[in-house]
Design a protein around this ligand. Structure first.
Ligand code: AMP
Length: 198
């Protein structure tokens, strides 16, 4: 299997790149943010639990998020692999993901980390907020909190995957196609080396 963690701060372009890459490589795209938003729309129990955290730009607690992610993976038996977009965001989530994949005799092939300056992130998110309908994109103080949460709680995961020889940093600034090409170079090389066939 090829299992990619698409990583980066809010506004780095994870969702955009994941939807292109899933078609190119035939992978299942799981965006935890999208799953939460769908649940909020459908007014499920999960949605009700997640809503208050998302509105403030805080992380949804690990136990809720991990359970949801496990269900999403289990709903896709027979997949060639996954693109995890917005997950993991904490060390507990990274450990849970490793354990879940190990049970399925597979693992993470690579973390692809999109690198973008904070100033550009804020500009991109405010622009996206004009059309996304997302309350957490519309308010600059919530955007800044999401970026702060990324640095405080999530960025350490770069080290987690670096220590396991799975970290690949990618320049996330430029045209969408250029960035896709940069990611493809890494993924194609990994597949050639068979590193991704676990
Ligand atoms: P995103 O769509 O990835 O920007 O996520 C939007 C919001 O959903 C985040 O600000 C969090 O409140 C919540 N969320 C998404 N993924 C996670 C996760 N892995 N852990 C905790 N909260 C998450």
């Amino acid at each position: 299997m090829t299992n990619l963690v698409l990583f980066g701060p809010p506004g780095a372009g994870k969702g955009t790149q994941a939807s292109i890459l899933k078609d190119k490589y035939g992978l299942i795209h799981i965006s935890t943010g999208d799953v939460f938003r769908e649940n909020i729309k459908k007014e499920t129990t999960l949605g009700r639990h997640a809503k208050s955290y998302m509105e403030k730009g805080q992380l949804v607690p690990d136990n809720i998020t991990i359970k949801m992610l496990e269900a999403e993976v289990d709903n896709n038996t027979g997949a060639k692999g996954f693109i995890f977009d917005g997950f993991p965001r904490t060390s507990a989530q990274a450990d849970a993901l490793a354990e879940l994949l190990a049970e399925k005799r597979t693992g993470i092939s690579a973390m692809i980390a999109l690198e973008v300056d904070d100033k550009i992130l804020i500009e991109r998110l405010l622009k996206r907020g004009e059309t996304s309908g997302r309350a957490d994109d519309a308010d600059e103080s919530i955007i800044k909190n999401r970026i702060k949460v990324y640095y405080d709680e999530t960025e350490i995961l770069k080290k987690y995957y670096q220590q396991r020889g799975k970290y690949y940093g990618i320049n996330g600034v430029g045209e969408v196609e250029e960035i896709t090409e940069r990611i493809r170079t890494v993924v194609d090389q990994l597949q050639k080396l068979n590193k991704s066939i676990l």
